[in-house]
Ligand binder design. Structure first.
Ligand code: UDP
Length: 271
């Protein structure tokens, strides 16, 4: 991705999802995260231009940083710490949006930008470090659930099938400005951990760990634009989606339910 891409065949559509997206991953490979979002995107935009292909870019709610506006709509410019540990992801994605709009405006490339909020569902990597696989793994191994901070920070989780429908509609729309895709159903991380204990019928408790640096305190998509231009909104409730996700995790063998290594986070917690 970060070197020139040579493809002989014609291309109609490019969907650029390449990037680590879990905080634990981009803390491990910060330079690669910056490179794939910037150089990788540049290469793919060049390919789209050469092939006259339409390109959809996976952006993120992280471009809003720790937001001062709630819920977050597309016209909010964000509150990102460029030099913090999460900056490698956030700024790569912000650059990605900027270069994508430049290729659209300057070269007339047909571009689409999806600002994806927290998404979940079956087949998430078990050790990917994000809240849902972390909590599910802990519940199934009989461990306490590690809530970071006091658990009052919020997230809004979208079931994967809904997100895919939104991506599909955006790709085939004629809308080139960024569009939020996510489920506005907001919950605090502590309440969410309690929901998971109930769903998994676990006797464990919650244990509190320090909040990672720059962990956003609130996150909820304003999806008015997606409703208007894509006629899209999520259909799957958290209850339904989490049941399907739990069914997946239950069928994963014990060996795959490996422990998450939280020391990657702890390095960055107290700066
Ligand atoms: N979180 C947590 N315990 C964990 C993993 C995550 O309390 O074991 C919190 C994390 O601090 C954040 C929220 O859950 O406030 C969602 O984290 P995730 O990594 O899933 O995604 P983010 O929205 O931060 O990119």
């Amino acid at each position: 991705m970060t070197v020139h891409i040579d493809i002989q065949e014609p291309i109609d559509y490019i969907l650029h999802f390449a990037s680590p997206a879990s905080p634990i991953d981009y803390l491990k490979i910060p330079i690669q995260t910056l490179k794939v979002g910037s150089l990788g995107t540049h290469n793919l935009l060049g390919l789209a231009k050469a092939k006259k292909a339409r390109i959809l870019i996976a952006s993120t709610s992280e471009i809003y940083g720790d937001p001062l506006v709630h819920p977050q709509s597309e016209d909010y410019y964000g509150n990102v710490n460029s030099i913090g540990p999460r900056g490698v992801y956030d700024e790569a994605k912000r650059f990605q949006e900027a270069i994508t709009m430049a290729y659209h405006r300057f070269h007339g490339v047909e571009t689409r930008i999806a600002r994806i909020f927290n998404t979940y569902g079956p087949r998430m990597r078990l050790n990917d470090g994000r809240a849902i696989p972390a909590f599910m793994g802990q519940a199934l191994r009989g461990e306490d659930l590690t809530v970071f901070g006091d658990g009052s920070q919020t997230r809004s989780f979208c079931y994967v099938d809904d997100l895919i429908e939104g991506i599909y509609r955006l790709l085939f729309s004629d809308f080139s400005n960024p569009v939020n895709l996510g489920n506005p159903d907001e919950i605090s991380i502590q309440d969410f951990a309690l929901e998971i204990l109930k769903l998994t019928n676990s006797n464990q408790k919650i244990c509190f760990k320090p909040l990672p640096k720059d962990d956003p305190l609130k996150r909820q998509p304003d999806i008015k634009l997606a409703k208007k231009v894509l006629n899209w909104q999520p259909k799957t409730s958290r209850e339904e989606g989490m049941k399907m996700t739990f069914a997946f995790f239950q069928n994963v063998s014990d060996k795959q339910l490996y422990k998450i290594d939280h020391k990657d986070f702890s390095k960055h917690i107290k700066h």
